[in-house]
Design a binder for this molecule. Sequence first.
Ligand code: PXG
Length: 456
Amino acid sequence: MTYTTKQWQAMDAAHFLHPFTDHKALAEQGSRIITRAKGVYLWDSENHKILDGMAGLWCASVGHGHPELVEAATKQMSELSFYNAFFKTATPPAIALASRIAELTGQRFRHVFFACSGSEAVDSIIRTMRHYWTLKGEPNRQIIIGRQYGYHGSTIAGSAAGGMEDMHKQAGHLPGFTHITAPYWYGLGGGLTPEDFGLQAAQALEERILELGPENIAGFLAEPLQGAGGVIIPPATYWPEIQRICRKYDILLAADEVICGFGRTGRWFGSDTFRIEADLMSVAKGLTSGYVPLSAMLVGDRVADLLISEGGEYYHGFTYSGHPVSCAVALANLDIIERDGLVEKAATQGEKLRAGLRERLADHPLVGEVRGVGLVGAIELTADKRTRAFFPDDADVGMRCRNHCFQNDFIMRAVRDTMVFAPPFIIDDEQIEEFVARAAHAIDLTYAEIKDAGLL
Ligand code: PXG
């Protein structure tokens, strides 16, 4: 198909409804048409080479265009492109991947249920938690506790579990969900030390449990670090206290590892990095590096044993649960991550990236903090470094910075005024220097623009 950029943009505006997009505004501007990618770079229809600081959308861990993943998909498609797992059948890639994932978790999660998206994996967790308590003879335990700024997907249940107010307003409020504060020290910690604030944020869970009655709570669902909420990394005191509270009230704990899973934080799972002992986990993105859709709910023995021994038929599943092509790609992807030491690389390259950003930006008047773990991180843009003050919402400082990145062939995401990044694990030292230079340039341009606009 050889259309011009303008033709693509016109067709796009006429027919394609994008996720999380103001379509009227987009139609005025026109989409950027991304046509190919290799390693850490994307190219658009005008042949601009763009540094992808978001690994697609937190997913392309092994980089774009890896020939081994193309080969794995091609091979599996020619051998068996699809068969389902509903009626006493299974395919080798799905079986092999389930056991491989169990192995990667050190057999802490020995059972795996496949779906296509992170949202579906989260939905599976919610219904599995509720089913577990019904089987235990405590059917009143229905409430799922999530968090402010939590993101668990965009299905009705996923958005209800997440803590994004704008989503709740459009999707409607489902009963059976409640949210506690986020462990966002930079934004909410005030004068407290991160340690004291972390404890306080965790104790909000205990308060909510007591308020609603532990006999009504199914579980607590949380990301090890909150990705889409702005790469909110909890203080060290947070997770141990959450763990203590879940144990005390016998609340199921589910770790949503859709972003953290498979190396993003420099360990295989965010649960390893933050020492979380969850009963269930959801994984997606990094499982296939985003080459094909695949997600999974990982079930620990406490839940799996009851589900299997007492549950009877499990009335849940998707046509593509355990899709053989997706599973074959995931197996090849995990092979690459292991063989090439990419989990360790995420840790070492992440350190270099943060060091580079701090060296370049620590004294920048617009930068309040650079934080991260492994290859996921954030740069806070601030109106006042000393007080960590935010700009007014309508100043759109984060969006201005995102636009400067984009116009200069570099991708970072803006969450409020927090710039977030999550590049592929294969990013090399030279590309890290390029990343730092491009980020600094975009922040300089943003600073000049908001000074001109009288916002500083
Ligand atoms: N849980 C977490 C922790 C996620 O980050 C989902 C569930 C849902 O996954 P699916 O595959 O249903 O999208 C996610 C997805 C962003 C952004 O802009 C983040 C996600 C998705 C889209 C955009 O940061 N995370």
